[in-house]
Design a binder for this molecule. Sequence first.
Ligand code: CAA
Length: 379
Amino acid sequence: MAWPITDEQRMIQLMVREFTRKEIEPVAAENDRQGRFPAGILEKMAELGLMGMMVPAQYGGAEVGAVSYSLALQEIASACASTAVIMSVTNLSCEPLLQYGSEEQKSHWLPPLASGEGLGAFALTEPEAGSDPGSLRTLAVKAGDSYRINGSKVFITNGAHAITFVLVARTSQEGGKKALSAFLMPRTTPGLEIGPEEEKMGLHASSTVPLTLEECSVSLEQRLGQEGDGFKIAMTALDGGRIGIASQATGIGQACLDESVRYSKERKQFGRFLASNQAIAWMIADMATELEAARLLTLQAAYQKELKQSFTREASIAKLYASEMANRAAYSALQIHGGYGYTRHYKVERLYRDARVTTLYEGTSEVQRIVVSREELRG
Ligand code: CAA
């Protein structure tokens, strides 16, 4: 790849590639089969500084920037998309704190997440509020110097393992999305109930649960920003999160290409290797071309974030393209593997299932098109 990454970024990429080959690749298929959360791997990733890569060193983070973060996440995702989403959502839950937290809040809440002592989760989605989070109903009612929160959340990644939840709730019944506020909630909050794991199509080694909040009390100091800032806080966090999912999808696409190249040079039919058929070679050419485009779009969005320029449009373009690319790549990879690809003996079966969610979470492809078209048509 010719994109001008620095020596430090290249070093991080190679270090994570080596770690991934040694620690993640050998166990990823079995973790998927067993639905086993990769706790031991996450501990090692924390030691390498992978859980708070964009968090300043003063709060315990690695402070290596969004480009290195994206490169690292791509490597992890190429072996295990479940591990990648766990890392991505923990980094995502640091973002609102970094951008809207007071000094006291940053010093208190960031170090355990950034050092990987525990995971973060982002509690926005509700049963009736998915693509339209402005309509969420969880209610936080102020009572003296605290809020009482009641409601429910669904599809919360890391939910069963997180130590900290960034939660968005309504602080007034009036005002629509302008009446949302964000809160920091420890897992130990009385009244916070973690529901059973969703039985998902893919990402079997990751955790996705519903939450119920019954009379959860949080202090005023646990509110992020001002009352009414919740929607903007969520959108800002998702801008960063979408770089994470674009990186995850790019990693999945890379794995689809790698598996296809390997298999098509090993497998013979009609007396010759699959790769010597133009139909197969062209599938590989298309996969490589689209993968390269996805990687460049993703790194461009990450670079723009690093420059502290607006990157809403770039993150949505990257997420849209990379996630749809990953699904096309997974389709082609499985096609190249034929009937064997449809069995659990080959990695492409897992890649196919894991790719599917990337066009859904952190904003569907349709939501990304809303974001991009609004940016284009503005003015
Ligand atoms: N940054 C800062 N502010 C933003 C913003 C951004 N990216 N996007 C919007 N805003 C602001 C707007 O400027 C506007 O402010 P004003 O009222 O002051 O002008 C306000 O927010 C409202 O904006 P919109 O009117 O554009 O909002 P909308 O209701 O039309 O929604 C949307 C726009 C893009 C569709 C948005 O609702 C959206 O992103 N939906 C998808 C939600 C999503 O991605 N959910 C994922 C859940 S988390 C997850 O999946 C994590 C996981 O577990 C893996």
